[in-house]
Design a protein around this ligand. Structure first.
Ligand code: NAG
Ligand code: NAG
Ligand code: NAG
Ligand code: NAG
Length: 400
């Protein structure tokens, strides 16, 4: 009996081995197929397609054939704070730049392919107005490249919602400039709030609005940067709440800690893909690039050409804090992909709305005669730089 068994397993062995190698071969060819598919989309230069390319090491290349990816007029649903051309900007070269990584090309944005992969799914951009800038860009990239797209856009009190109806794909923007709870959380009435208060370790109220998403793209920085933050122990209605002032980068670190803890406990690792967009640079102090101190991005039509340029609006300590938070999450088994847009956007002092946008409050005589006094050097014109951020997002979605 034992001997028989021995013989049996011996006869089976070559067959099993054959089967295993056949399966390995099939997997190998399937993988190869996958790779050649990606190679088609992102042609790697120098033939080293096997290595992952660093998309962020590169340069801006003038390309007025393929860029802009869409015209502002093809995106009638664009909100008016990014519609620079509509608001009178005449120099439009800022629209013609393509981000070119040194060792590969970014895949070409294909809206149908993206929506196909988002069928019955929900994407949420979570963060401040720069997140809204990127969300709006994504919406424009989709509606303009697919003119027949059945869609709806709703700017609701809590959520800005874009839906590609035929795909049942939802792309939302959720306002929470600190990610955690704060007294600036009203998406419509948060302007001019100087006394900024963040509730210590409180994020649940926000998270319920995006917990079920398939793809989450976070951004948060500038609100932490722009003022001294008070942390509140207690609720906003609580008369006896305890307040403590915390400065950068500790405030940001504390906020990200709360955010991380929430993700670690609640995110479904098999379902949800996570992204974090790094600091978006501002160009509010023209003396940094050799102009007078009372100037800013207003009137700029050229990029900054100095390789590795960093403005003082981008706090390197915040970058380190973010990196540490993401590393820590990785050790706990949660991957957050960084969209490291800071350096590539640093060069683009000429791509902000400056005065070419809708202003919600009326302007004073003084301002009208001093345009740089009311220039917006934080957001970005559309079409423009955030389209590139979305091309990078697209590259990660399909090639990582
Ligand atoms: C291959 O890619 C790597 C990483 O992107 C790069 O450093 C290297 O120079 C490339 N090799 C060649 C031959 O270009
Ligand atoms: C539509 O998409 C949502 C997710 O955004 C999903 O919950 C829902 O089941 C989908 N509807 C259909 C009919 O598949
Ligand atoms: C982003 O890229 C810069 C280089 O441009 C690097 O110094 C920084 O560490 C990166 N940030 C993160 C969070 O990975
Ligand atoms: C704009 O002018 C006002 C009034 O003179 C001044 O208080 C403010 O600092 C100026 N802002 C900028 C951005 O120059």
């Amino acid at each position: 009996m034992e001997k028989n068994l021995g013989i049996k397993s011996q006869t089976y062995y070559p067959f099993t081995a054959f089967l295993v190698s056949a399966i390995i071969l099939v997997i190998f060819y399937l993988k190869k197929g996958e790779n050649s598919l990606s190679a088609e989309d992102s042609t790697t230069k120098h033939g080293n397609s096997s290595e992952r390319c660093n998309y962020y090491s590169g340069k801006w290349v003038f390309d007025n054939k393929a860029y802009p990816l869409y015209k502002g007029s093809q995106c009638p649903i664009m909100t008016e704070d990014f519609a620079c051309e509509k608001f009178g900007r005449k120099d439009l070269m800022y629209q013609n730049w393509r981000w070119q990584p040194h060792h590969c090309d970014l895949p070409r944005f294909n809206g149908r392919r993206l929506l196909e992969s988002l069928r019955n799914k929900r994407v949420v951009f979570v963060g401040d107005s720069l997140g809204r800038n990127q969300w709006m860009s994504m919406v424009c990239m989709l509606v303009s490249t697919i003119p027949s797209l059945d869609n709806s856009l709703q700017l609701q009190r809590i959520i800005y919602r874009f839906q590609a109806t035929e795909y049942n794909a939802t792309i939302d923007f959720y306002w929470s400039p600190f990610l955690v709870e704060s007294n600036c959380d009203d998406a419509w009435e948060h302007r001019g709030l100087e006394n900024r208060v963040v509730r210590f370790q409180a994020i649940e109220k926000h998270a319920t609005h995006w917990a079920d998403a398939d793809i989450l793209i976070f951004d948060s920085y500038i609100w932490w940067r722009d003022s001294q933050i008070k942390f509140l122990w207690g609720s906003f209605d609580d008369q006896n709440g305890i307040y403590k002032e915390v400065s950068m980068p500790h405030s940001f670190e504390q906020g990200l800690q709360t955010w991380s803890d929430w993700l670690e406990l609640h995110i479904n690792r098999h379902r949800t893909r996570l992204f974090f967009v790094t600091m978006s640079p501002t160009h509010s102090w023209a003396e940094e690039w050799g102009r007078s101190a009372d100037q800013n991005c207003y009137g700029e039509t050229q990029q900054i050409r100095k390789e590795g340029y960093q403005g003082r609006g981008s706090d390197p300590r915040a970058m380190q804090v973010l990196e540490a938070a993401i590393d820590k999450l990785k050790k706990r088994g949660l991957t957050v992909q960084i969209l490291n847009i800071t350096q590539l956007s640093e060069y683009r002092r000429e791509a902000h709305p400056s005065i070419y946008r809708k202003y919600w409050q009326s302007l004073t005589e003084y301002q009208l005669s001093h345009p740089s006094n009311y220039s917006d050097c934080a957001h970005w014109c559309l079409p423009g730089v955030p389209d590139t951020w979305n091309e990078l997002l697209y590259a990660h979605l399909f090639h990582d």
